[in-house]
Ligand binder design. Structure first.
Ligand SMILES: *Cc1c(COP(=O)(O)O)cnc(C)c1O
Length: 362
């Protein structure tokens, strides 16, 4: 039986990448050492770090001249603090679009920074069943606008970046390289790697080089993009293994045709599931259709006992981790880049059969 992992994160990785990791785990490129043991100062690691940076910029259509790539730890959550510490220097005022749980978490952490005004300029609370519209009138006296492009828990995503004449910061954790954006519209992008890129323990930050020189120098080194960039992400020991896997995933993404090709496949996968939800009248998804996420699809039967039966029956059929987030209940299918089309087909078929088998229990 083929197993498909629909977890929201840590999430499924491409089979090809796992096979490559396994094949070279005990002997990395003829060194006789495992990647788990090599030094972050070795030529092998320095080479792989440079390759990972180059591949990431290539996939995002960004240039090395304009953007710096940082490989950090602390998860996307630490970025909720690092972004304002480094970027809120001029107006000491930052704007947030509150599109869901993670945007709220990001705002809450920013509010803990002394002398910083944190303003919610658009919201879809409390239901978070659509992506809020962002409109600016007059000059925007903010250091930046913070967006969470994909709402991992409630299943909404931003389809078009807002036109705003101020620096744009994006938490792209749950649709990173899975949905195409004009990435050069962002001044800073961050993403926890465990959803679309690598095992947990790595956070990617892509930041405009022109901003680095304006950042404060008085910050502790591990919280300073400027100091971390000056040491090329090796100010201390970086997560070598995670960066290695990220590099393999980035190579795999290039071989698949890049971000726009991934988005096309992700659309197809998501469409299969949304079609069942909309056409059977057995499942529900509360999100406004135009704002539906490609990567995280929450749904319910409207009956929590039946939802539980769905989750356990699906598990037995090899469709793992479909339990919804504790905030929403029900089910959630995460269809990140590494989920093959066949996985979405298997879930679609299972959903159709389950709806037939349990039609009476609704
Ligand atoms: C998962 C997630 C986070 C939290 O990521 P960590 O790496 O666990 O800190 C933040 N933002 C979004 C959009 C997420 O999906």
């Amino acid at each position: 039986m083929t197993i498909y992992n629909f977890a929201a994160g840590p999430a499924t990785l491409p089979d090809q990448v796992l096979a490559q990791v396994q094949a070279e785990l005990t002997n990395y490129q003829g060194t006789g050492l495992s990647i788990l043991e090599i030094s972050h100062r070795s030529v092998q690691f320095t080479t792989l770090l440079a390759q990972a940076k180059q591949l990431l910029l290539q996939l995002m259509n960004l240039t090395e001249r304009e953007y710096e790539v940082l490989f950090l730890q602390g998860g996307a959550t630490l970025q909720f603090t690092m972004v304002p510490l480094n970027l809120a220097n001029k107006f000491h005022r930052v704007a947030f679009v509150n599109s869901g749980h993670w945007a709220e978490r990001a705002m809450a952490e920013a509010k803990l920074i002394p002398d910083l005004a944190v303003e919610e300029i658009a919201t879809s609370a409390p239901q978070f069943n659509h992506f809020p519209t962002v409109e600016f009138t007059g000059p925007a006296q903010y250091d930046y606008l913070h967006l969470t492009t994909n709402n991992t828990i409630f299943g909404t995503s931003l389809k078009q970046l807002p036109a705003a004449n101020l620096p744009l910061v994006g938490d792209l954790s749950s649709n990173f390289l899975a949905q195409d954006y004009p990435f050069d519209h962002f001044d800073l992008i961050y993403a926890g790697a465990q959803k679309n890129l690598a095992p947990a323990g790595l956070t990617v930050v892509v930041v405009k080089k022109s901003l680095l020189s304006q950042m404060p120098t008085a910050l502790p080194a591990m919280l300073s993009y400027r100091k971390l960039a000056a040491k090329d992400s090796t100010l201390n020991t970086p997560p070598v293994f995670q960066i290695y896997v990220a590099k393999l995933v980035l190579e795999w993404l290039v071989s698949q045709g890049g971000v726009s090709a991934m988005e096309a496949i992700n659309r197809q996968k998501a469409q299969l599931i949304y079609e069942v939800i909309d056409q059977t009248n057995f499942y529900h998804n509360p999100v406004r259709p135009a704002d539906r996420s490609l990567t995280n699809i929450p749904f319910t039967t409207g009956n929590s006992a039946l939802d539980q039966t769905f989750i356990t029956t699906a598990e037995q059929a090899g469709l793992k981790n479909l339990k919804g987030h504790r905030l929403t209940g029900g089910m959630r299918a995460s269809l990140y880049n590494a989920m093959p089309l066949a996985g979405a087909v298997a879930l679609r078929d299972f959903m159709l059969q389950f709806a037939k088998d349990h039609a009476e229990e609704k």
